[in-house]
Design a protein around this ligand. Structure first.
Ligand code: SAM
Length: 291
């Protein structure tokens, strides 16, 4: 039987056969540890009926492990040079399909409709290219796709920010943005030694479980996002100053103060001390005062 792709020997063999050189600009760090891959797949809690969307299959290390558990895998790969490689490595898995595209430009809703059954259990599973972690995750969340969740390998520092609680130094607009859509859990940290080439930063596996209902009710979701983004724009500034400089204007200071009072929040506090519930109340009050 063929060895798994994600072993150091088989990976080296494949890379040599195709004369493949890593492109740093595409975040190419391939996994060469099957144990880590098993942990990623286990975190996704796939069933034999599950469908999986993968971002960046590389030479197919993770795709192969997912294909062993799921009914179908559809992977987006931007690097054309990897297409012939994947054709060979994934030949034993005809239910694994590659789409040659930048995932950020792809119409994911359409892909899901085309490639998966209606109502099928769907997960996103990926070892993400680190240069675009946040845009990819925010796209997956903001598009409100019919998925159960997302399990991804990302930079440890980003995993900590996404899963952070209020009052911690990691807590910021990314924590609220992600936690608005999903329950976030950092599953494990991963040493750089399980990748070729080794990345410069530590990595972690993050699991996002999509919420059926948002955790807070707001009158205007887009405005709510603007409010907390503005509140974190300058972490040394107070909440009041951040709101005046980044959301409203100096002339609107009285209205901002009134909204803070209405929400029962002290304007001298810093954004990182506010919970998502407090931002929701503040957002509605600011909407009323600023119109
Ligand atoms: N899944 C493989 C593994 O675990 O060994 C490779 C992971 S590697 C960290 C990231 C992969 O994403 C690379 O294959 C890279 O070419 C691909 N990639 C980078 N940017 C992309 C984008 N915008 N859309 C789709 N794939 C992308």
């Amino acid at each position: 039987m063929m060895k798994d792709i994600a072993t150091p020997a088989r990976t080296r063999e494949i890379l040599e056969k195709y004369g493949f050189h890593f492109k740093k600009s595409l975040g190419q760090n391939f996994l060469i540890d099957t144990n880590i891959l098993h942990n990623i797949v286990a975190a996704a809690e796939l069933t034999p009926d599950s469908g999986v969307i993968e971002v960046g299959p590389g030479i197919g290390a993770l795709t192969e492990q997912v294909a062993k558990k799921a009914k179908k895998v559809v992977s987006f790969e931007i690097d054309q040079r990897l297409l012939p490689v994947l054709k060979e490595t994934l030949a034993p898995y005809p239910h694994a399909e590659i789409i040659h595209s930048d995932v950020l430009k792809a119409d994911l809703k359409e892909t899901i409709e085309e490639k998966f059954e209606q109502g099928q259990d769907l997960m996103v599973v990926a070892n993400l290219p680190y240069y675009v972690t946040t845009p990819i995750l925010m796209k997956l969340l903001e598009e409100k796709l019919p998925i159960r969740g997302i399990v991804v390998m990302i930079q440890a520092e980003v995993a900590e920010r996404i899963s952070a609680k209020p009052g911690t130094k990691e807590y910021g607009s990314l924590s609220i943005a992600a936690q608005f859509y999903a329950k976030a859990e950092k599953m494990m940290t991963v040493p750089a030694s399980v990748f070729v080439p080794k990345p410069k930063v530590d990595s972690a596996v993050l699991r996002l479980t999509i919420r059926e209902e948002p955790p807070v009710q707001v009158q205007d979701e887009e405005f709510f996002f603007k409010v907390f983004h503005s509140s974190f724009a300058n972490r040394r500034k107070t909440l009041l100053n951040n709101l005046i400089h980044n959301l409203a204007s100096k002339e609107q200071k009285p209205e901002v103060e009134k909204a803070l009072e209405q929400a029962g929040i002290d304007g001298r506090r810093r954004g990182e001390t506010l919970s998502m519930e407090e931002f929701a109340v503040l957002s509605d009050a600011l909407l009323e005062q600023l119109g």
